[in-house]
Design a protein around this ligand. Sequence first.
Ligand code: PHB
Length: 364
Amino acid sequence: MQAKLFTPLQLGDLTLPNRVVMAPLTRNRALPDGDVPHDLNARYYAQRASAGLIIAEATQISPEGKGYIQTPGIYSDAQVAGWQKVTDAVHAKGGCIFLQLWHVGRISHVSLQPDGQQPVAPSPMTASAQTFIETGFADVSEPRALETDEIARLLDDYRKAAENAKAAGFDGVELHSANGYLLDQFLRDGTNKRTDAYGGSVENRTRLLAEVLDTITKVFSPKRVGVRFSPFSAFNDMSDSDPMATFATAVARANDAGLGYLHLVEGEMAQSRNLPPEADIAKLRAGFDGAYMANNGYNRQLAIEAVESDAADLIAFGRPFLANPDLVERLEKDAPLNEPDQTTFYGGDARGYTDYPTLEEVTA
Ligand code: PHB
């Protein structure tokens, strides 16, 4: 019998042909002039169009939202035109593609910011973290706290980014609220020391998330919107005194917004599936009525079992998908996988990007 992983899933009005999702992956291959997606990116995503859903890489909603070199944006006309090439190429192969909306907050460097300004954050606390700039790895810069009266402008940036994603032909969007970037910095009390309506209680710390979700679900119907959290990951110097309480409320906000899916990084981002003793993924998931997308270190067996047992509806694969354009077919056939080459993950050209062979090409 065919494993449920390879059967369709209804996501609102979208019928995903299978439950194998391409996770959002930063590859730093936008054009350096203006952070514009181009033909090479279109080829890469089109090669992976047999995914049940592609979540395109984290994409800054504004110049201020940028934290690494050559990550794409979705705020300029040139970026919209570049992304249109990507969505056209994926749709031509029958695929479905969402864009991940990103603001890095404090995980940035003055050299990447407009006019060399300080990055923004909920509170003026410098992360013990590094980013990649023109000259290589660098410690992130000291951020300044966003003023309360800047939130309206921030929401407007999210609205415009969602509108641009729609104009560029994306089928939906995923809100990046994970991995220590801006929205995650607001959620967790290790990074949010605000005393206004956006800090303090968990109600307040989840307020910005709720407002952003309200904003973008006016652009895309709620079922075409997902959200990603990484409740138990310390990546980018993150911590929270009570992650279950914080993220149960964050999940409730996502549920109230009627989102199509909840996407969790289970464990330490890109590192391990280990969870602290208090972590209860099933409990977080139980607070959400839509589809549950699980991520982090899944292999074929784990993925098949998770979907078969209804522990998850969708499984997002990162590194296996970057190294295997035909990952769905390979998993279905239980065929061997290409190994990902770490040295070409971030930046560069077609090498390690569009030159991973399909099964057919390997066996030819
Ligand atoms: C990264 O560039 O290292 C990166 C970007 C987005 C993430 C996680 C890591 O969500």
